[in-house]
Design a protein around this ligand. Structure first.
Ligand SMILES: Nc1nc2c(ncn2[C@@H]2O[C@H](COP(=O)(O)OP(=O)(O)OP(=O)(O)O)[C@@H](O)[C@H]2O)c(=O)[nH]1
Ligand SMILES: [Mg+2]
Length: 253
């Protein structure tokens, strides 16, 4: 068999699991830190929330938005996860799922590891979404997840810090609703409503146009220049206002 035939034959196996995101689908990816429960304990990040860990996650999102080669219009991070919304016309790698997942997981893992100074890894999944409403649903869902996790983790670590064992703390919280959890925190002098929004809703990152004053050395005149800069929102809007915020990002990009 000549090489061309052999090559063609072998490529059938190599490409047998390839999938592409269909045209017209909105494309979101979610990355998640691998075994970050262990990593955050080993690195002694503060529990339940650590600003140094938050800053590492935020820097990783910003790196992906600026340097991954994909046109990403919105980044969102909560806990050890990152969601990225692609520009609707992003066509890199023919929207091949394998390329998107491996490129983003590789970039995020390398960047986070360099910043931390230790090895850390992320996985990545592609979430194709059929409509703008589903894109809004997706981000509303992750923000709701952040809120739920925040309340749980605040309760859990408050109990642990009060000397209660891991097993007992989990069983106290098991099956309990929001009212019970808010009350539990209140009894320990923590008002959940007053905690920083980034801990309860996560952080959104988007591009904004910034106008800057410059100087044209040829005409010797002041000129206004525009450039795209990343802006992090630590106080994301709630409910329908957050859906509108997402809608505006995608319709104005
Ligand atoms: N100490 C500390 N831990 C954090 C912080 N943010 C997230 N984490 C931890 O990161 C972990 C994220 O949860 P998961 O993604 O479900 O757990 P994982 O260990 O990464 O497991 P896999 O994702 O399945 O590999 C949780 O254990 C969180 O407590 C933080 O600010 N401080
Ligand atoms: Mg994880």
């Amino acid at each position: 068999m000549n090489f061309d035939d052999f090559d063609k034959e072998m490529r059938q196996f190599e490409e047998s699991l390839d999938q592409h995101v269909l045209p017209d689908m909105y494309l979101v990816t979610r990355l998640d830190g691998r075994a970050f429960t262990k990593l955050t304990a080993r690195e002694q990040f503060r529990k339940p929330f650590d600003e140094r860990f938050r800053d590492l996650m935020q820097a990783t999102v910003e790196h992906l938005m600026k340097e991954s080669g994909f046109r990403i219009v919105y980044g969102y991070t909560e806990s050890d996860e990152i969601s990225l919304l692609f520009h609707p016309e992003e066509e890199s790698f023919g929207r091949k799922v394998r390329k998107i997942n491996t490129t983003l997981a590789g970039e995020a893992s390398a960047f986070f590891s360099m910043k931390l100074g230790k090895i850390a890894a992320f996985d990545c999944r592609v979430v194709p979404l059929p409509s703008l409403t589903r894109v809004e649903d997706y981000f509303a869902w992750r923000a709701e997840d952040a809120h739920r996790n925040s309340l749980n983790t605040w309760c859990y670590w408050t109990l642990r810090q009060a000397g209660i064992t891991a097993h007992k703390a989990s069983s106290i919280l098991n099956g309990q609703g929001n009212a019970f959890k808010n009350e539990l925190l209140f009894e320990h002098s923590i008002n959940f409503n007053d905690l920083p929004s980034w801990q309860k809703r996560g952080i959104g990152i988007r591009f904004c146009v910034e106008e800057r004053e410059g100087f044209n050395p040829i005409t010797q005149e002041k000129v206004m220049t525009k450039r795209n800069v990343l802006k992090a929102d630590y106080e994301l809007p709630l409910g329908d206002a957050y859906r509108e915020y997402i809608r505006q990002i995608i319709t104005q990009c």
